[in-house]
Design a protein. Sequence first.
Length: 183
Amino acid sequence: MIRVITGQYKGFKLFTPPGNSVRPTTNRVKEYIFSVLNQQIKDNHVLDLFAGSGNLGIEALSRGAGECKFVDSSSKSLDFVRRNIEKCGCQAQTFRMNAESFLKFSQQKNWSFDLVFCDPPYNYKKLSELLLKMDQLNILQKKCFLICETGPQNTISVSDTFQIFKQKNFGDTQIIIYQYNVE
């Protein structure tokens, strides 16, 4: 059972799609991510790419994030995100589009983010290109944290503007937390 760990929505059990179509971040991994981020959440603009059930973005909202935009290309996944947002009573925006299109859309809207969760399917092959696109489109705030969740065998190539802040493996899950260091 996936639940909100702490904050305003502490204890809320989140709806998740049945089967293996969505792989929600486990509570153990989520606890690690948020213990590392600690005070880096309050009032921040958050992006939850490949949102799935909205687990990570809702946790950020529960801990005081200013806003969260949830993005997923699956209408089924976004239905779960919307149900979870409604259950918690939080305000957030959802977008049904692929990650690359949303990044371009964000640039057009002059949106920028302080915290980005990027949890694509483990077989997603364009993660390095996606991070490069975020840098090129100038949608990341200086000192933004970017949390990537992927398989431990996956390698990610990034520009010098992304520096590994923390990295840890949990069985078949690899968490890499980058800090965006652009001048």
